[in-house]
Each structure stands twice: as C-alpha cells, then as structure tokens.
Design a protein. Structure first.
Length: 68
C-alpha cells in the first residue's frame, strides 16, 4: 500500500510489475490518475497498466493498493 498527498504541480509515477493490478482511492481532495479525474471518495481499479501516474492534485490524499 502507498499513501501520498498532492497539491498543484506535484506528481508521482508508480511502476506495476507484470500481472499486477492497482486500486487507487481518493480519501480527500481531487487528483488525476492516468488522466482520469477522481474526486473525494472516488476510486479506480487499474488492470493491464504498466504504471500509475498521479498528477494535478488539489488538496489530495491518496491511497494506492498494489494487488495480485
């Protein structure tokens, strides 16, 4: 599990190993995860992605779960 806070120009990339999935949950604020805008309470399940790119956060607290 990964946790992060994002505001403004801050960004992060998390590489995923082959055959892994990820679940991104926005605990607070808003952010883009792989170019999809997510708001407080939103979540995204990413399958068949090589990486997760988080950017354009606004007072965001994010949880990312790396899943088998």
């Amino acid at each position: 599990m990964f946790v992060g806070t994002f505001a403004g120009d801050e960004s992060a990339t998390l590489e995923l190993q082959k055959s892994r999935r990820a679940y991104v949950h926005v605990a607070r604020g808003e952010i883009e995860a792989n170019a999809t805008r997510l708001l407080t309470g939103d979540a995204a399940k990413l399958e068949d992605a090589d990486s997760i790119w988080l950017s354009n956060g606004h007072d965001a607290e994010i949880l990312v779960f790396d899943l088998p």
